[in-house]
Design a protein around this ligand. Structure first.
Ligand SMILES: Cc1cc2nc3c(=O)[nH]c(=O)nc-3n(C[C@H](O)[C@H](O)[C@H](O)COP(=O)(O)O)c2cc1C
Length: 452
């Protein structure tokens, strides 16, 4: 068992451990590349630092951005990242992952507009520019919980995940999927009218599109063959293009390795769930590129089932057998393979928060060595919303401001609270965390996971 908590003070210490563990990661001590702009179609992203989509579960019951949503995005916009990827926003009410998930629809239009306007004016005020904005369109599928209890809608049965499935689930029919494609298109049309630079057709983390990509065992038009499993996603891309032309950039957050055994996981070798097989993910990214998709945000794993594959951590629901640095290296290695197979794509990478203040050196190394073109930060942005400003203006991140990958931002959400950093933004989020935890057993475990 290699698991250990973070311990590197310096880049040299990290590099020594890379050598000890025989781990290959790109490193650059010169961070200049992170401040270089990049063009996505007609727009320019001011630097290579991205804030990943991170659900706040802090909207109103009807899915409008609320007080804490505005606060989070204002802090992000003032933090200096060139690209701000807004969180999962449902395209239908029944596909919301929690009763406060954002819902992008005509009734909520004014508040979404206000959110975008606030982000832009905060960016203008701080830096004289707007961050590039992407909004993530979603249907939560098996993780749908629009009211106070789960109401799963699945694409295919799955012996690994169904163990955790609530009673009363249903399998979505082909006809419903056809209608749902049009709901994604409506979300995209609204996103364009609001002025977002891009939409994300969310295809990750086992929400509905991610599940369809791995629906090897599903019958009908949307299951079985690669053509059928990718149909829903590609139909949406085609329909949005037909409707909006080049009016909005079409992008996606894509799971390229599920770490769930074949035939139940996408991007997984038939022989072992521990071995990625990127043939299909690469083919899909090429097909998307042929359809004019220029920006893609890559991720792996499932935050409910194998969260350490999704976000390497120090404290979490179980202790993984592997060292978190191996998790970071696996994710970035997969991303490198996809970027090199589709070099024209602007690939955003994931996997930096666990690296804390040493992340910028890996991010810069990765861009210099063509592993990816932009570096995305998730949990780190909750803890340290101005990480990008420090990297770009001071040339470093402050260790004391960094995310400690304690998983409390996930716990708070699972407990039904609003999401943020319980440790570094304690005034706001510690009381919410305590309230949600009251009477519950500790969520972190000393158990070693039996998968991966
Ligand atoms: C509380 C929380 C909410 C998240 N919400 C989303 C989301 O809405 N959409 C998404 O694609 N990923 C979401 N993620 C995943 C992150 O974007 C990111 O992939 C993950 O945290 C790993 O990156 P990191 O190591 O920088 O944190 C969420 C993660 C957390 C912890």
């Amino acid at each position: 068992m290699e698991h250990q908590t973070f311990r590197y003070k310096t880049l040299d210490e990290l590099m020594e451990d890379m050598e000890r563990l025989n781990i290959d990661l790109p490193v650059s001590k010169n961070l200049d590349v992170l401040g270089k702009s990049i063009d996505i179609g007609e727009h320019t992203v001011a630097n290579r630092l991205t804030i990943h989509p991170m659900e706040g579960a802090d909207g109103t019951s009807s899915g409008k951005p609320d007080e804490l949503t505005f606060r989070r995005y204002e802090r992000f916009a003032r933090g200096g990242a060139g690209l701000l990827w807004l969180e999962a926003s449902a395209v239908v009410n029944e596909g919301r992952a929690n009763p406060r998930q954002l819902y992008i629809c005509q009734e909520n239009r004014d508040e979404f507009k206000k959110l975008l306007d606030n982000i832009r004016s905060a960016g203008e005020e701080e830096f004289g520019r707007r961050p590039y904005t992407v909004v993530q369109l979603t249907h939560s599928g098996r993780y749908s919980r629009p009211k106070d209890k789960p109401a799963p809608i699945i694409a295919a049965k799955n012996p690994y995940l169904d163990k955790f499935l609530a009673d009363g689930y249903r399998i979505i029919s082909d006809d419903e999927l056809k209608r749902l494609e049009d709901k994604f298109v409506e979300g995209a049309v609204l996103a364009k009218e609001l002025g977002f630079d891009a939409i994300d057709v969310k295809s990750c983390h086992r929400y509905i599109i991610s599940e369809l990509l791995s629906a090897f065992t599903r019958d009908g038009e949307y299951g079985g063959s690669f053509e059928n499993r990718t149909r829903f996603l590609l139909n949406i891309v085609d329909k949005v293009r037909d409707r909006l032309g080049d009016g909005i950039e079409i992008s996606l957050r894509l799971n390229v390795y599920d770490a769930i055994a074949y035939p139940y996981g996408f991007g997984v070798s038939e022989d072992s769930l521990e071995v990625p097989d990127l043939k299909e993910p690469i083919e899909l990214v090429k097909m998307l590129s042929d359809r004019g998709v220029r920006l893609i945000n890559l991720t792996t794993g499932n935050p409910y089932y194998n969260p350490h594959v999704n976000r390497p951590y120090d404290i979490g629901p179980y202790l993984p057998r592997e060292h978190p640095l191996r998790g970071v290296a696996r994710m970035l290695g997969i991303i490198r393979d996809i970027q090199s197979a589709v070099p024209e794509m602007a690939v955003i990478s994931t996997g930096f928060s666990w690296l804390r203040h040493l992340a910028p050196y890996i991010a810069a190394g990765g861009i210099e060595d063509n592993w990816f073109k932009l570096a995305g930060f998730g949990r780190q942005a909750f803890a340290y919303p101005d990480f990008a400003r420090d990297i770009l203006e001071k040339g470093e991140m402050e260790p004391r401001k960094c995310c400690i990958s304690c998983s409390k931002c996930t716990e708070i959400m699972r407990d039904g609270g609003r999401t943020g950093c319980v440790i570094k933004d304690a005034k706001v989020y510690m009381p919410i965390y305590r309230e949600g935890r009251a009477g519950k057993p500790p969520a972190d475990s000393k158990e070693i996971a039996d998968h991966l």
